[in-house]
Design a binder for this molecule. Structure first.
Ligand code: DC
Length: 211
């Protein structure tokens, strides 16, 4: 592997994005959020009214898709799209399709020193030989509180109990599926992100001291 690869795995709303951005800036690594790809695919399937419970329908649609944008977008940040993304993520055909997009991303951005890629199976399946692996650990209640605050601050209506339930449901889906479930990858450093971000940064700087 020519480029340095850092993987960040963890459950929904565990702060992977904020941590990835910090690492990307500090160590000049190109960031890829693999969740965007699952969400983008979910959005396409929803828009084109594909019956996502039927794997053959999903397979047929994927064969016709030429490319998927890697960019973040507000329209894919909804709870509805998150649920669809988590649902379709159980299919092997979806995972193979999205894994290939991730390998292409690394190939196409060769001029970068390295990459920081976050998701659910990045250190355990997609980039097993990564130089450094992190797993972000945060209590579901703290995750729900943070997500609730984010939504309220951005002017959206929100109910804490519903957010907590959605987070727990998505955790179960992501952890219990047969294909590439969310696990702590072998040799991963566990980062405790329950507290203030400055405490998380301290842990990360310590892990990265010889990077
Ligand atoms: O990280 P996120 O919330 O944007 O991810 C949305 C869903 O996509 C998540 O619930 C499961 C799926 N996903 C996955 O299965 N594997 C990844 N590497 C990233 C996301």
């Amino acid at each position: 592997m020519k480029h340095k690869i850092v993987t960040i795995d963890g459950p929904a709303a565990s702060g992977k994005e904020k941590i990835s951005k910090y690492i990307s800036k500090k160590w000049q690594l190109k960031h890829l959020d693999s969740g965007i790809l699952y969400r983008r695919l979910g959005y396409i399937l929803l828009k084109d009214k594909v019956e996502i419970d039927k794997i053959e329908e999903v397979k047929k649609k994927i064969k016709k898709i030429k490319s998927i944008p890697y960019r973040k977008s507000k329209k894919i940040r909804t709870q509805q799209i998150a649920k669809i993304a988590s649902k379709i993520a159980i299919y092997n055909c979806v995972r193979e399709f999205i894994n290939k997009l991730q390998y292409d991303f690394v190939k196409e951005n060769k001029y970068y020193k390295g990459f920081v890629i976050d998701g659910r199976d990045i250190g355990s399946v997609v980039f097993k030989k990564a130089n450094l692996k992190l797993y972000i650990d945060v209590n579901p209640k703290i995750r729900a509180k943070r997500r609730y605050k984010q939504l309220i601050d951005s002017g959206e209506k929100s109910i804490y109990r519903k957010i907590l339930r959605d987070i727990e449901l998505r955790d179960n889906k992501d952890k219990l599926r047969k294909n590439s479930p969310l696990v702590v990858p072998k040799n991963a450093f566990i980062v405790n992100n329950n507290g203030e971000f400055k405490d998380t940064i301290k842990q990360i700087n310590n892990i990265f001291k010889d990077f």
